[in-house]
Design a protein around this ligand. Structure first.
Ligand SMILES: O=C[C@H](O)COP(=O)(O)O
Length: 344
């Protein structure tokens, strides 16, 4: 490389670094939502107008324009919020170990250097696995500060007896999971049995103890956006630390419209109680540009205070690979083949 080229490369790395660093400056740790008593009155006036939701999403997508160095910064932020996930019947300890290595070093060192982002020590937000892989993941992530999340409670269908589901939570916590992604009984939502849903999620929360609880409501199976909104509110009353859209196994998983409904319920709950609950869209989010749409929505609806791993996650198995490709494009001007980013 010529001296002039070296100088230009160093100047653009510095410029990128100046943009990236402020987005990572404040990693607020949210005070944990303790939940409230079950309050049916908070549900009575909830009614969601689907066409208004769709109009709002259309305006959000039209406004998105995150370019150049800012795009790198937002994509690094997105990585720090990924729950890097493997939930497959053919998971092996070897696959989980490789995934954990990727979680520690999610972006190739030469790309990080070119972005001037070495000091950020970017890692993913968590690694998410089935219970039987928790011990393996905990060992592989030791010393990294990256939490292990376990899907639980008869994931994905939630059709096991309640005692079995509670025992699964306790077993994952004992094995070292710091986060538990629970599933709810969809029948309670479809039959409007809100008090039963509350009791179920409250029991899960007690079983979680100090582990953070993400409540998956499986939006694609709840029939209406009003049900999505009410289920979100009940889960927060019952002490959810996060509300999460989907298991990734439903025929319709995370979408922007259901996410908008859920984040507005998070805002409403914050206004009612003063507690911040996190949001995790999951399932089918595999492109960097989709990740940017979600981040823009969170910024506009909840504010930048929600844009960190304490309050926001992506549940995704393949998103990281596409983000790494986009970052490589930012620094080299070329796209690599996706098989060069096989793990995520
Ligand atoms: O919670 C995470 C999802 O199961 C991952 O879904 P995905 O494989 O479509 O990214």
């Amino acid at each position: 490389m010529t001296a002039v080229k070296k100088k230009t490369a160093a100047a653009s790395a510095k410029k990128r670094s100046n943009v990236v660093a402020p987005l990572f400056a404040s990693r607020a740790i949210a005070e944990r939502n303790p939940g409230t008593e079950f309050n049916a009155r908070w549900l009575t006036d909830i009614a969601i107008n689907q066409s208004a939701v769709e109009r709002r999403i259309a305006t959000l997508k039209g406004r998105r324009s995150v370019k150049k160095a800012w795009q790198s910064a937002w994509l690094l932020r997105a990585i720090s919020c990924i729950d890097l996930t493997t939930l497959s019947g053919d998971d092996t300890p070897g696959r989980v170990k490789r995934l954990c290595a990727k979680a520690r070093n999610p972006v190739r060192a030469d790309i990080i250097d070119a972005l001037g982002a070495q000091s950020l020590n970017v890692t993913t937000g968590a690694v998410c696995v089935y219970h039987v892989m928790v011990e393996e993941a905990v060992a592989a992530l030791a010393g990294s500060g990256i939490p292990v999340a376990a899907v639980s409670t008869g994931f994905p269908a939630c059709m096991a007896p309640i005692e079995t589901r509670l025992a699964e939570i306790r077993a994952s916590v004992a094995a070292g999971a710091a986060e538990i992604d629970i599933v709810i009984s969809r029948r309670y939502v479809l039959n409007q049995q809100w008090d039963k849903l509350y009791d179920e999620v409250r029991a899960y929360r007690e079983a979680c103890g100090d582990a953070r609880m993400k409540t998956i409501i499986s939006t694609g199976q709840l029939a209406t956006l009003t049900n999505v909104a009410k289920a979100s509110m009940v889960c927060m009353m019952a002490g959810a630390d996060f509300i999460k859209t989907s298991t990734g196994m439903e025929s319709v998983n995370a979408t922007l419209p259901v996410s908008l409904v859920m984040v507005r319920m998070i805002r409403k709950y914050f206004e009612l109680t003063g507690f911040k609950v996190g949001f995790k869209p999951a399932g089918g989010i595999s492109k960097a540009k989709d990740a940017l749409d979600y981040l823009v929505m969170i910024k506009e609806e909840l504010g930048v205070g929600w844009l960190n791993a304490a309050l926001y996650r992506f549940g995704a198995s393949s998103l990281l690979g596409d983000i790494e490709r986009q970052l490589e494009h930012q620094v080299t001007g070329c796209y690599s083949a996706s098989h060069r980013h096989p793990l995520a």
